[in-house]
Design a protein around this ligand. Structure first.
Ligand SMILES: Nc1nc2c(ncn2[C@@H]2O[C@H](COP(=O)(O)OP(=O)(O)OP(=O)(O)O)[C@@H](O)[C@H]2O)c(=O)[nH]1
Ligand SMILES: [Mg+2]
Length: 408
């Protein structure tokens, strides 16, 4: 009897499945003919009773590829990307000590039993690899206060620590002086210490004074105003005038996708791309926003982005070879860097002569080679011409940097 019922159910299910498949086929045809999605929806309503077996319409179904996260535009990125912040930090105050006396039936003079207060909370600046800019850093932080002491010798609880997550490469400054350089993931800097908790009257018990009533309040927490600055952590920095083709070059040699356009100051934030080699070595290259003459006097985008160059181990000067006298660009760039930090332009570097596909660039390249002693690498970011030489030279600079690191 039992097996008969199962057989019956199975038959029903099979019948329903066949029915649904048939209906799906018919309505799909209707969809193709009339190009009406509505008819398919109507069909779905009919088959709702046996919805378990219904399949989606193969014609009207939306193509479902792997949805990639949309990249932020340069304008939006500027809003999200904050590379300096001023923060006021106020650590937690200590809890106050209690002034109480023990009291219980038939024990009138129980003595002092006021507990100490808890310590105030510290504020710690901590590097978090997930954080990409200082946008989330609030202007003011107030640490937790310690709990007050209680009667029966109860000590107040120490306050918890407040953490400020910052990205890797954050420099902490106080009145222009660098106080911490946070370049490792998880690195911490105790910015302000919480106040110590006050003492309860039990603490003041002595042979001279058997019933002290004194209890001290907790100390105030430390207070500081700090500047946080983010400096891009990359091995190489692309330095050049606006429109020289820095972003195009970064796109050509790495997986980064900074915006490229035929107008100056397309790039408003530094972008970092990774150049990967066969031996799995990786070199980070930063595309720094364009520098113009007088950048150190705050012209153009000003000096705000020169600080990102400061941390690069070696530099790639990108020159636009289609413009006359490209060596002048090099002179101006080096002058601006030295104005920002003396000797910055003398870091290990290479000169990249870009836009070699344009007419007149060959003549300019010859003249450039006559004017400079350093190696010049002619490339075209647009056509990919000679980018291999640039990638190999980048590796040479990187290996040189590793050698100097090891000898230090
Ligand atoms: N013909 C030619 N055009 C190039 C080459 N490299 C870049 N360009 C063009 O030059 C223009 C500027 O390129 P970008 O890469 O945006 O220049 P950039 O140096 O990043 O400019 P900013 O972000 O404004 O500092 C774009 O129209 C590019 O297509 C090249 O090798 N050959
Ligand atoms: Mg750019």
């Amino acid at each position: 009897m039992h097996s008969f019922a199962m057989l019956n159910t199975f038959a029903k299910v099979q019948k329903q499945r066949w029915l649904v498949q048939e209906m799906s086929r018919i309505f799909a045809q209707v969809c193709v003919k009339n190009e009406l999605k509505a008819s398919w929806l109507a069909a779905q309503r009919v088959t709702n009773v046996i919805r378990n077996f219904a399949t989606s319409c193969p014609v009207c179904a939306q193509p479902r590829g792997i949805t990639k996260k949309k990249e932020l535009s340069e304008k939006k990125l500027t809003r999200h990307f904050v590379d300096h912040r001023k923060v006021k930090l106020l650590a937690g105050a200590g809890g106050k000590g209690a002034s109480t006396f023990h009291s219980e039936p038939r024990k009138e003079w129980g003595g002092p039993d006021g507990g100490n207060g808890g310590d105030g909370g510290n504020i710690i600046i901590k590097v978090n690899r997930q954080v990409k800019s200082l946008a989330q850093v609030a202007p003011v932080y107030k640490g937790e206060d310690g709990e007050s002491g209680g009667s029966k010798n109860c000590y107040g609880r120490n306050a918890g620590t407040t953490y400020i997550p910052v990205p890797m490469g954050t420099v902490v400054k106080e009145q222009g002086e660098t106080v911490a350089d946070l370049s490792q993931n998880g690195q911490e800097y105790v910015a302000v210490f919480g106040g110590a908790g006050g003492k309860g009257n039990r603490f003041f018990l002595s042979n001279e004074n058997r019933a002290p009533t004194t209890a001290t309040p907790g100390e105030r927490g430390q207070e500081r105003v700090l500047q946080l600055e983010l400096r891009t952590m990359a091995h190489a920095g692309l330095v050049g005038f606006p429109n020289a083709g820095k972003s195009s070059l970064l796109r050509a040699i790495s997986n980064a996708r900074p915006a490229v356009a035929a107008y100056p100051f397309t790039t408003l934030n530094p972008h970092v791309g990774i150049v990967k080699y066969r031996d799995h070595e990786q070199v980070a290259v930063a595309d720094i926003p364009g520098i113009i003459r007088g950048a150190h006097l705050n012209r153009g985008l000003g000096v705000s982005f020169l600080r990102h160059i400061e941390r690069c181990r070696f530099l790639l000067y990108v020159l636009d070879m289609s413009s006359p006298e490209p060596w002048m660009q090099l002179q101006y760039l080096r002058y601006e860097l030295d104005q920002y930090e003396p000797g910055l332009s003398h870091r290990p570097h290479a000169i990249v002569a870009n836009k070699m596909d344009l007419p007149g660039s060959g003549v300019n390249l010859k003249a450039l080679r006559d004017h400079v002693e350093q190696r010049v690498i002619p490339v075209s970011a647009l056509t990919g011409l000679n980018t291999e030489e640039l990638i190999l030279h980048l590796r040479e600079l990187y290996d040189g940097y590793l050698v100097t690191q090891a000898s230090m």
